[in-house]
Write a protein that binds this ligand. Structure first.
Ligand code: SF4
Length: 375
């Protein structure tokens, strides 16, 4: 009789064959060969973004950078601009740097070995396992949050998803599944089946056990413990920030923009001149009189109040934006931004739309605000 692990592996592979979603980076049918470059790009995009969103953007990115050599030769600002809207821009920078590092290798090809892949910028243990197994069928696990959740439930292991010991446990079990006879020639498909099951059926809330191919083998389901595995962890504290962004327009209708510092949140992306400060009940924020001095914008007169405020949430921060407006005076000569490495330029809105900008700055810089300046 087949072992439990062999039954699980076979069931997962058969289910994935029949139920895998049609996604642009997947070749049709399990026998189809994965393009290593497509796998690299899709895995970077998928690191923090839902598959449906990546599916919209992936073909466009490939049309712009059709091969690893094209990406390696590209200018970083063009890569960031093409990534615009996907968020977590460090991924775009790392993908670009990884492409350059691979282009410098003797054969300019992605390594098959996960240890060599982790030497590339932005490639952690999961991404290395995914690329090695999906593109080259290397029998190595690819354990992300989806896979950890499926394995913890399958084994009724009462651990938090990101807790110490969880990754080692999930890695160990995935390695055992990869060593079974059904998985021997299908390491990539088995890893992807686990990822797919976690993304579509064994979801964080309300797993659809009635539709799950592993229902008969699942120990959490037998104990009716699906809802409490993985164990909940206390929510992370978000830092509260205020961002005062000043829209400055010159007589030609151009807006003044500056580049953010090369490290930190939204690194090296373009924005309206912006001052960030702590937000909170005891932090009233800078006034219209203080802002021009603090932002190194001498001679500028702002309207008395912000014209709009909105809140933007990132994983670790809650940023309250305040938008101010000003018409540039005749002899206005802005220097670089206060951080020193922040060049400033005048651009029309259609030119700004082509640059790498964050979602909140897109809202600030690209909205139609003519009426505010005509007053
Ligand atoms: S039976 Fe339910 S809890 Fe178990 S693996 Fe399937 S979806 Fe997840």
């Amino acid at each position: 009789m087949a072992s439990r692990d062999s039954r699980i592996a076979r069931t997962l592979l058969e289910w994935f064959d029949a139920a895998a979603r049609d996604l642009p980076w997947r070749p049709p049918g399990r026998a189809g060969r994965r393009d290593p470059y497509h796998t690299l790009v899709s895995e970077f995009m998928l690191q923090q973004t839902q598959a449906a969103r990546v599916a919209e953007r992936f073909p466009r990115f490939l049309a712009r950078f059709p091969s690893l050599a094209h990406l390696a030769r590209a200018d970083e600002q063009d890569v960031l601009a093409e990534w615009s809207g996907l968020g977590y821009y460090a991924r775009a920078r790392n993908l670009h740097a990884a492409a350059r590092a691979v282009a410098d290798l003797p054969h300019a090809r992605l390594p098959h070995d996960p240890d060599q892949l982790t030497a590339l910028p932005g490639v952690g243990r999961y991404t290395a396992g995914a690329i090695a197994s999906l593109a080259f069928n290397t029998p190595t696990p690819a354990v992300d949050g989806n896979v950890s959740r499926v394995i913890l439930r399958l084994e009724a292991k009462d651990l938090p998803l990101a807790g110490p010991g969880t990754l080692a446990f999930a890695h160990g079990r995935a390695t055992q599944l990869l060593a079974t006879e059904p998985a021997r020639a299908s390491a990539g498909a088995l890893n992807e089946a686990l990822i797919e099951l976690g993304a579509t059926i064994c979801t964080p809330r309300s797993p659809r056990c009635e539709a799950c191919p592993l229902a008969r083998e699942c120990r959490a389901r037998k104990l009716k413990a699906q809802a409490r595995i993985p164990r909940a962890k206390p929510p992370a504290r978000q830092k509260h920030l205020r961002a005062d962004s000043v829209l400055i327009r010159d007589r030609a209708g151009r807006l003044l923009i500056e580049r953010r510092p090369r490290t930190g949140l939204w690194a090296a992306m373009w924005q309206a001149p912006t001052l960030e400060s702590p937000a909170g009940p005891d932090e009233p924020g800078p006034t219209a009189r203080q802002l021009p001095r603090l932002l190194h914008l001498p001679g500028l007169n702002l309207g008395p109040r912000p014209v709009e405020t909105f809140t933007h949430a990132t994983t670790h921060r809650l940023v309250q934006f305040r938008i101010w407006t000003a018409a540039a005076p005749r002899d206005f000569a802005p220097g670089p931004g206060p951080a020193g490495d922040q060049p400033r330029e005048w651009k029309k809105q259609d030119q700004i739309a082509m640059l790498a900008i964050s979602n909140p700055q897109r809202r600030i810089l690209l909205a139609d605000r003519d009426s505010l300046f005509d007053r």
